[in-house]
Design a protein around this ligand. Sequence first.
Ligand code: C5P
Length: 243
Amino acid sequence: PHVAAVIPAAGRGVRLGPGAPKALRTLGGTPMLVHAVRAMAASRAVSLVVVVAPPDGADEVKSLLDAHALPGGTPGGSWGRTDFLVVPGGESRQESVRLGLEALPPGHDIVLVHDAARPLVPVDTVDAVIEAVRDGAPAVVPALPLADTVKQVEPAATPGEPEPVVATPDRALLRAVQTPQGFDRATLVRAHATVTDNVTDDASMVEQLGERVVAVPGHEEAFKVTRPLDMVLAEAVLARRRL
Ligand code: C5P
């Protein structure tokens, strides 16, 4: 089956500090979103990338992708082997993903959902996720063991106040989950049509349907660029790759 990737890139990136929408900020001189699209296109299995742009920024994103196209691309349509589409996003990540799914043409039966904010995911991780979906899992997440011990707390009424600790889940059973997450398309579409709670990833919507979700090994370099320090790390990873 053909594989498409949906890249939600409509977030403002408030936690990164003031400036352009997060996906348009540059790493090594290239917008984060372009890195993310390249990371998906690097997989030979991925034939279509749907970019979900900030609601008022679809044209800007289209020109940006054209400007970074590899030779052989056609304006507004392809990067050589990989076609792309740009659609405007929504208020929440969830809504942005749904709008991307609605724009998918028929024929792509496996769908990856990848955060623009994870620009440096290696192609081997992308391929491992696709492989596990091909092997029959309706939903697949790349995941890593945690370095930190995790506590559940009673959130403080006032920010900065001490918070009572309620529980310490066994760290050995916890994983930090990354993207791309991979799905059987029909399952993901059903999840987005059924689940209305606010969630932070797509796999949890599939869990709510009662479908099987599996984790495969993630990669350190698939970390999410959220805070200013993450930009420093991302620049360092890129610089090391260019050596
Ligand atoms: O906010 P968070 O870091 O979880 O965002 C993850 C991804 O979701 C980012 O790539 C961001 O651009 C995207 N997003 C979106 N539409 C929104 C909010 C976030 O596409 N309304």
